[in-house]
Design a protein around this ligand. Structure first.
Ligand SMILES: [Zn+2]
Length: 667
């Protein structure tokens, strides 16, 4: 080997080592030793050398964490060992029963358990071959998951190669991917600023991120990963103890939760649970309980597992976080379709680090059932999510109270409220002249799954209404932007951005438009179904109740709502204005044939020429329907490679089974 080549390899190795070390200081220990600029300099130097000598670059270089976009979706992968879920204990008594059972089954008076915080994240299996990162697969249904390697490899605290002396190991690990609360808050505040929908909790972002087809998104989102078990390994590395193995896992280069601990007795276990419950609000991540597992693998094997969960472990859940505060008063909010929702105005109280001053009371029946009154001391609960709930009243502290009454008139427009028959809620039926309803219907019209107009948050809509620029959503297509530009809170740039976004929304599809109209109880799925049965919005607007009712999945109430909507004179006028404004509505969904009319298909396994999604679409587009489970009514089971249990069921029920080729012939 030439000296020059050796020099370059040495330089690459040296830079790689430095970058990995700095990554670790920064991401694992939160203790950066160099500035961001210095780090960037190292990184770009390595990248430059790798670009000049691609043959010398390592596949697992830190510069290669972010790969190319996936085009066809995630590959389905069957787990070699099913990823089981855990049994739960929701109180001390249930945990005690578990502990007594394992003692009895093992014939011991006490059993040593490993105790670990239970992350509110998502489970994943990681495979390393010959010490190198090979793949990451989601839990899925426990049997088949999705290969999300491209996103998982962007997690900066995940080693792409194992440390010595484990650098040649084949190993499959169980891990949990999660997001720190601070990162969650940062992302949400950005979304909020842009008037976009926020995530309910860190788990939702983590799950959403890991299923993005473009790994650039994951690489920006600072996901975290903890290892909590070994599924399979090709060499004995440790002793008969899970906790000891976790120490070795750490030496391989992985992050392991620092709060993991062995507990030797039942009382120790309870103490650990209470201790963690006391500090959980101060942890940088969300946990929702403690997982207790028998530490000895020999003992685990003696107990085995059921088809659903191992017998040797249990998740002992925390009580949800709650606090007491005074209910000062109740305000009434008007929803998009006029529904009135009572909202509790509370004396501000801190729950899990978040200050709560309002909580939904849902409806009057709920208030009556819980006997909630104004001035009561109530228990407010935050159950994992951001939206708080009033759980119950502290009756011992009840003093002078006032009953909560539904107002007779709309708090926004003063028209008389009506109780919806057979329902628990009240409604303001003045939909076209009630400001909160107008604002929300325009927000709905502009939302992502509807006309997808960005930059149209509540504040901007209100501004446009107050300046008489719009009165309903059809007016969006007739806005005088010369006037918008001059509005104090708008400015030239956001005005022209809004104009562009509205212009772009003119090119749309029938399902989006149907959904955007905001017809009562017509959600996105219903809109999609309707677009399969009607060629145009004009055709839908003339439809009769009887013909709507023949469509599967359209119930009589929804059918009536649709007909009523298109009969209404104001709706007619609004729709006419939209259609006269140069919109271009394509229908992507209308069935291309009715060859499969009346046939019901179930799909199992994977296919050579189709993704499951495209197969489903083809069936729907040709008039057939797709079901997720086999029954006597199933016309055909479409059988792919590695079929699931549906195959056996289909044989038992004598359902016709066809493969990919015969399916194509059917068309
Ligand atoms: Zn009203």
């Amino acid at each position: 080997m030439s000296t020059k080549k050796n020099e370059i390899i040495n330089k690459i190795n040296q830079l790689t080592k430095q970058i990995i070390e700095h990554n670790e200081n920064y991401h694992t220990y939160d203790n950066p030793k160099i500035s961001d600029e210095e780090y960037d300099a190292l990184y770009s130097e390595l990248k430059k050398i790798e670009n000049s000598y691609p043959e010398l670059a390592s596949l697992n270089s830190p510069t290669k964490r972010v790969g190319a976009k996936l085009l066809g979706g995630f590959k389905k992968v069957e787990h070699k060992f099913p990823m089981l879920s855990l049994s739960n204990a929701s109180d001390q008594n249930e945990f005690k029963l578990f502990y007594e059972r394992i003692c009895k089954d093992l014939n011991k008076s006490k059993v040593s358990l490993s105790a670990e915080p239970k992350f509110d994240g998502l489970a994943i299996s990681l495979t390393y071959r010959k010490g190198l990162f090979h793949s990451a697969v989601t839990r899925g249904d426990g049997v088949i998951g999705e290969d999300v390697s491209i996103n998982v490899r962007t997690i900066k605290t995940l080693p792409l190669a194992l440390n010595d002396p484990y650098s040649k190991l084949d190993v499959v690990l169980k891990a949990e991917i999660y997001m720190n609360i601070s990162d969650f808050n940062m992302i949400n505040s950005k979304l909020k600023k842009n008037n976009e929908k926020v995530f309910a909790n860190p788990r939702n972002i983590a799950a959403g991120t890991i299923r993005q087809l473009d790994p650039k998104i994951a690489s920006k989102r600072n996901l975290q990963i903890f290892i909590h078990g070994i599924i399979e390994i090709n060499k004995k590395i440790g002793t008969d103890s899970h906790i000891n193995d976790m120490q070795i896992i750490k030496k391989m280069g992985f992050n392991v939760c620092e709060h993991n601990k062995t507990v030797e007795t039942f009382n120790d276990a309870i103490k650990y649970y209470e201790d963690m419950n006391n500090i959980r609000q101060n942890l940088p991540y969300e946990i929702d309980g403690i997982v207790f597992k028998i530490d000895s693998y020999t003992d685990r094997d003696k107990l085995g597992e059921t088809s659903k969960a191992p017998r040797w472990s249990i998740a002992y859940k925390f009580r949800s976080i709650e606090a007491q505060t005074r209910l000062k008063t109740v305000s009434f909010q008007v929803g998009r379709t006029g529904t009135i929702t009572p909202v509790a105005e509370l004396e501000p109280v801190s729950i899990g680090g978040v200050t709560i001053s309002r909580a939904s009371l849902h409806n009057m029946d709920e208030i009556q059932k819980k006997d909630i009154r104004i001035n009561d001391i109530v228990y407010v609960k935050r159950a994992g999510d951001v939206i708080p709930d009033i759980d119950r009243v502290n009756l011992e502290k009840r003093g002078k109270t006032k009953p909560i009454k539904m107002p007779s008139y709309c708090p926004a427009c003063n028209s008389q409220l009506k109780k919806v028959s057979n329902q628990t809620f009240f409604k303001c039926e003045n939909s076209r002249n009630c400001k909160p309803q107008i604002i929300q219907s325009i927000q709905h019209f502009a939302s992502r799954k509807a006309m997808n107009i960005s930059g149209l948050g509540e504040g901007i809509i209100e501004l446009l209404i107050d300046n008489n620029l719009i009165t309903n959503y059809s007016d969006l297509y007739y806005i005088n932007f010369d006037r918008v530009k001059k509005l104090e809170r708008m400015g030239e740039l956001s005005s022209s951005n809004l104009q562009q976004s509205i212009d772009e929304s003119r090119d749309t599809t029938l399902d989006r438009l149907i959904y955007a109209l905001g017809i009562n109880e017509v959600g996105y799925t219903t809109a999609k179904i309707l677009s399969k049965h009607y060629t145009s919005i004009e055709e839908l607007s003339k439809t009769k109740l009887e013909s709507l009712e023949t469509i599967k999945d359209i119930g009589p109430v929804v059918a009536k709502n649709i007909v009523d909507f298109f009969k209404d004179n104001e709706s007619k006028e609004i729709l006419k204005r939209i259609l006269n404004s140069n919109v271009n509505i394509k229908n992507m969904n209308k069935a291309v044939s009715n060859k499969l009319d009346g046939l019901t298909f179930v799909i199992t396994g994977s296919f050579e020429n189709y993704s499951r999604k495209s197969l489903e679409e083809i069936i729907l587009n040709n008039g057939g329907s797709v079901s997720s489970s086999i029954s006597k009514k199933t016309s055909y089971l479409v059988l792919g490679i590695k079929p699931g249990s549906k195959y056996d069921k289909a044989k038992n029920l004598k359902v016709k089974i066809i493969d990919e080729k015969n399916f194509s012939k059917l068309l």
